[in-house]
Design a protein around this ligand. Structure first.
Ligand SMILES: Nc1nc2c(ncn2[C@@H]2O[C@H](COP(=O)(O)OP(=O)(O)OP(=O)(O)O)[C@@H](O)[C@H]2O)c(=O)[nH]1
Ligand SMILES: [Mg+2]
Length: 380
């Protein structure tokens, strides 16, 4: 089986050579060789030099290029990596992020081998600190679960294995790559498209994910906008797929679960609350139009107490999607203060919980989203 590892990067000189070396090791050990390709966004540091000077076993080819697609972002890098994979005629493409510090050669096997067994989309299943992945836990996971009925715990984990057949589907419509799919919308696009088009999906257990995590209020605003904007866009496209789904189906896990303790992630609670308040005031008039009167009253209260329950939160996202469909919201940006407020609530509620206990809270959230789905269908 011919396997390629694709690595998007932008200023990752400190971490990327380790990723290249682990990937190369995995290709050699499990597939007898292969190709590691880096698509860079024009880093101002020595990322590409680090890629090209990585020490890899014989039989592994390493390439690095700056992508040409005019939108700067992770998605553009992945688009062109898929084009390389297609030109090379690979059977499986494995994407891994360039800031990963817990990647091992086995990760490559665990992403590529299920493809050989007939799966098309391999989602990562890792253990993350309770405060890492706040967009995943608050939005991508419960929304994907409730809309499409698939219990994929990490729909935007960032690392994936995909089949050649699926690559063709992703590259089919060039227009989509002119949207936020070219940026951080890419992960939710890959996952949702695979599910909505009925491809065979599996989760692969990888142990802990250690990467350069981000403090939500300090740097996740733009990412929220890109992920949620893409999610809303896909809801419009796939309304016939999700409308009638009312159950949550388990998604198979490939092999044994791996244990591990994640590294703690730092979140500045005071900054979350401060920014939530500030941005809420700025977006209040838009939110009043976008949300139902009841939801709006609820969030105004929540912004005072930072008590933000999952029913209210599901209505915020459902109302947001409806407003997007009707053109009342052009993008998801006005919802950022509510994401910050919801995250503040989650940080406070899970302050003294173990990662496992926090995990239960997140699983419960997906169930609540599903129970509230008739609210969405009614308003859609
Ligand atoms: N080529 C390119 N790659 C990017 C760009 N932005 C991010 N990436 C890469 O995409 C991968 C994921 O980016 P991160 O910044 O780690 O984001 P993340 O891990 O999904 O997000 P957090 O969980 O919030 O940390 C990394 O390999 C980055 O180098 C970009 O503008 N261009
Ligand atoms: Mg990262």
């Amino acid at each position: 089986m011919k396997v390629m590892v694709g690595i998007p990067s932008y200023n990752n000189e400190d971490t990327i050579s380790f990723v290249v070396e682990q990937a190369a090791e995995g290709l050699k050990k499990y597939f007898g060789g292969g190709l590691v390709v880096n698509a860079d966004g024009g880093s101002s540091d020595k990322t590409r030099e680090a890629v090209l000077s990585a020490k890899v076993p014989e039989g592994i080819e390493v390439r690095s290029f700056v992508y040409k697609w005019p939108i700067p972002g992770k998605g553009s890098a992945m688009k062109e990596l898929m084009e390389v994979a297609k030109a090379e005629g690979v059977d499986a493409l494995v994407f891994v992020d360039s800031d990963l510090r817990s990647i091992t050669p086995e990760w490559i096997y665990k992403f590529a081998k299920p493809i050989e067994e007939g799966y098309d989309f391999v989602a990562p299943l890792y253990i993350r600190h309770k405060w890492d992945g706040t967009i995943t836990n608050n939005i991508a996971y419960p929304m994907t679960a409730s809309l499409y009925g698939k219990n994929i715990r990490q729909p935007i984990g960032g690392d994936f294995g995909i089949s050649a057949g699926l690559i063709d589907v992703y590259l089919e419509n060039e227009e989509v790559w002119k949207t936020d799919v070219a940026r951080f919308g890419v992960d939710i696009f890959l996952t949702t498209t695979a599910i909505a088009k009925g491809f065979r999906v599996i989760q692969t257990p990888l142990g802990v994910k250690i990467h350069d995590p981000k403090d939500p209020a300090a740097s996740l605003g733009p990412m929220f906008n890109q992920v949620v904007g893409t999610l809303f866009m896909l809801m419009v496209e796939y309304e016939d797929v999700w409308r009638n789904i009312r159950t949550l189906e388990p998604v198979p896990v490939w092999g044994e679960l791996v244990r591990g303790e994640p590294e703690p992630v730092k979140v500045t609670l005071s900054l979350l609350k401060e920014k939530a308040g500030e941005l809420f005031t700025k977006n209040e008039s838009t939110l009043k139009k976008a949300l139902s009167p009841e939801t709006f009253r609820g969030v105004r209260e929540a912004l005072k107490t930072f008590e933000f329950d999952d029913i209210l939160w599901s209505h915020v996202l459902y109302d947001g999607a409806v407003a997007y469909k009707r053109g009342v919201l052009k993008n998801a940006e006005p919802l950022i203060p509510l994401y910050f407020a919801k995250t503040a609530d989650f940080i406070e509620k899970t302050m003294h919980m173990s990662t496992l206990e926090a995990e239960k809270v997140i699983e419960e959230r997906a169930k609540i989203f599903l129970e509230e789905k008739p609210y969405l269908v009614e308003h859609w």
